[in-house]
Write a protein that binds this ligand. Structure first.
Ligand SMILES: Nc1ncnc2c1ncn2[C@@H]1O[C@H](COP(=O)(O)OP(=O)(O)OP(=O)(O)O)[C@@H](O)[C@H]1O
Length: 333
């Protein structure tokens, strides 16, 4: 390699290194990066036995970088390694003008590029409310609670409509490390114990998998060409910090005497819930009654109150009936 033209790739020893991997600090070329990136995800899929041949898999497709790269990698690995999977794109349209309508255009392009059938489910058809309408009613504070809870359930409903065996999402190592820390700070033992699992919801009808569990967000960005090469080296001090946080979450053991919430079924819509009504139904009830603050926050009192005065005349959320899954919540995967 000529002097002054930069380092040579530490893997192929031929091409010029284009980036320093945030995870390992190796200096590698673009071509070797794509190879190790895809190979690592293939290993994660195989080692964790995420899929079985013949399964129908929905890819949660938001149109953002993580799920766009996930759709690409899943279709590529499925073809290259003969996984034998039937892949689908599943998008939730929250009804946020100027945001989701734009990203749905990206998903529609992915549908054509990767030849994957696309299903879009919307808050307006499932709940009778768009996020724009909810924000108009409650303002910008707390609207994330509605969006997170409704999205989680909407993904499950869409997956049930597609009759898939599993749902994969683009949650990455950074997301999981952040969730571990948040759950520790909130003292949420139940979520801490399951947020590092690569597969969740196996006791429900539609398990969720995170093939990017060990993949750093910066590498996904690079793969999607969303950031410049030089932005990739921010983890120089502690390249393994993110993986170490995930490991500490995995190592966390719950004492057998800790009382965990019992999972039951929402009496109103059939979704799994530790209370009489699931969180989505409580929030929806608040919206329909013109009391949108009911059910917001962690106060057992408010939720308990609405859970104790079941209104038989209220219609459950539209969509698939008697769908079961984990309790909803923005920190749940
Ligand atoms: N509206 C949506 N429709 C379908 N899937 C979604 C939607 N929003 C989120 N997801 C799924 O959940 C994952 C994590 O979502 P999150 O909102 O944390 O976004 P993110 O980390 O920015 O990911 P992305 O870059 O894919 O949007 C996404 O990668 C995707 O698989």
């Amino acid at each position: 390699m000529e002097k002054g033209k930069g380092r040579v790739c530490s893997l192929c020893n031929e091409k010029r290194a284009a980036l320093k991997r945030p995870k390992t600090l190796e200096q590698i070329c673009r071509e070797c990066f794509y190879t190790v990136f895809e190979d690592e995800i293939h290993r994660v899929i195989v080692d964790n036995q995420l899929f079985k041949p013949g399964e129908r898999i929905a890819i949660g497709a938001s149109g953002g970088k993580d799920s766009t790269v996930l759709a690409y990698v899943m279709s590529e690995l499925n073809r290259r390694h003969n996984y034998g999977l039937d892949l689908f794109l599943l998008s939730v349209d929250e009804g946020i003008t100027g945001y989701r309508d734009d990203s749905l255009e990206t998903v529609k392009r992915n549908e054509i590029q990767y030849g994957l059938p696309l299903k879009v489910v919307s808050y307006s058809e499932l709940y009778g409310w768009t996020m724009d309408e909810i924000v108009k009613l409650i303002g910008l504070k707390n609207n994330c609670t509605f969006c997170g809870v409704f999205r989680r359930q909407a993904l499950d409903r869409g997956a049930a409509l597609l009759k898939v065996d599993k749902l994969v999402t683009g949650h990455n190592a950074d997301d999981i490390a952040e969730t571990v820390l948040l759950n520790i700070l909130r003292g949420d033992i139940a979520r801490l114990s399951r947020c590092t699992s690569i597969i969740t919801g196996e006791d429900g009808p539609i398990p969720r998998c995170k093939p990017f569990k060990y993949t750093y967000e910066k590498e996904i960005s690079f793969c999607g060409c969303f950031v410049l090469d030089k932005q990739l080296s921010n983890h120089d001090d502690r390249p393994r910090a993110i993986l170490d946080i995930i490991k500490s979450g995995e190592d966390f053991r719950i004492s057998t005497s800790t009382k965990m919430p019992e999972q039951g079924i929402c009496e109103r819509c059939g979704y799994i819930s530790s209370q009489k009504w699931c969180k989505a139904c409580v929030l929806l009830e608040g919206l329909n009654r013109g009391l949108p603050k009911l059910g917001i926050g962690r106060s057992r009192g408010v939720r308990g109150e609405i859970n104790s005065e079941h209104n038989a005349n209220m219609k459950p959320a539209n969509g698939t009936k008697n769908l079961q899954s984990k309790q909803c919540g923005s920190l749940d995967f």
